[in-house]
Design a protein around this ligand. Structure first.
Ligand code: NAP
Length: 246
């Protein structure tokens, strides 16, 4: 389905990003697995892609760094000539109640989760525009739509990702480029592993399907949005949340 396509997945070494990288590769895409702190896990993801008969490479870059993102993308284009699919998956949390949240924790989450998406889109979109094609998939969150106590920084960043997605879709649509967001619900990854059992139970109770989601649940939606099947879908926020936000 994605033979001949080249995909860049930020934060592709672990969690949801890793599953998206594996799923895109399974469909035939060459996958560039970006990492920041987890070099070995990104390399391990590439090995797993290769074991399954696919191909890819691991590339380090802090998505929050505008210049470093520009350099990464320029180097990738030099080496591979084009990138067809961008998945902005990298994200962090620094949870606290607003009253106690430090300025640094607010800024850092915005820098990685929101500005990180801007940085890659800003640098890659000119190549997409030249080719008059490209698929951008931004990972937002259900809490970017409904908010969450204790996560004002994270929710603001994820709501920002939705605004960025819709604006980019408006700017790039006339050149055949689609821009969509995925809003996952409660997905079991390292990001959520330290939440209390009580909180996890309560989130599952709020989920119509009465279970947490898996990274693979999100990856299937990303593969769809990256495929020709989604050619006429842009500016949308696809919930992959088991009905949590209904
Ligand atoms: P995770 O397991 O904590 O993984 C986070 C990923 O982001 C890692 O691969 C990490 O790479 C990467 N990352 C963090 N800072 C980065 C930076 N500055 N530059 C490049 N990469 C960076 O989290 P996850 O659950 O898979 O989350 C993936 C995405 O889904 C995030 O955007 C998250 O907000 C979103 N999401 C998750 C859930 C959930 O319930 N888990 C729900 C809704 C949305 P390194 O280790 O290499 O730094």
């Amino acid at each position: 389905m994605l033979k001949g396509k080249i995909a860049l997945v930020t934060g592709g070494g672990r969690g949801i990003g890793r599953e998206i990288a594996l799923a895109l590769a399974k469909e035939g895409a060459f996958v560039i697995v970006n990492y920041n702190g987890s070099k070995e896990r990104a390399q391990e993801t590439v090995r797993e892609i290769e074991k399954a008969g696919g191909s890819g490479t691991a590339v380090g870059c802090d998505v929050a760094d505008f210049t470093a993102c520009g350099d990464m993308i320029q180097n990738l284009i030099k080496e591979y000539e084009h990138i067809d699919i961008l998945v902005n998956n990298a994200g962090i949390t620094r949870d606290n109640l607003l009253m106690r949240m430090s300025e640094e924790d607010f800024d850092t989450v915005i820098q990685v989760n929101l500005k990180g998406c801007f940085n890659t889109i800003r640098h890659l979109s000119r190549y997409f525009l030249k080719r008059r094609s490209g698929k951008i998939i931004n990972i937002s969150s259900v809490v970017g739509v409904v908010g969450n106590a204790g996560q004002a920084n994270y929710c603001a960043s994820k709501a920002g990702v939705i605004g960025l997605t819709k604006s980019a879709a408006r700017e790039l649509g006339s050149r055949g480029i689609t821009v969509n967001a995925i809003a996952p619900g409660f997905i079991e990854t390292e990001m959520t592993q330290d939440l209390s059992e009580n909180l996890k139970d309560s989130m599952i109770q709020q989920t119509l399907l009465r279970r947490s989601g898996t990274a693979a649940d999100v990856a299937r939606a990303a593969v769809f949005l990256a495929s020709e099947g989604a050619d006429y879908i842009t500016g949308q926020v696809i919930s992959v949340d088991g009905g949590m936000a209904l």
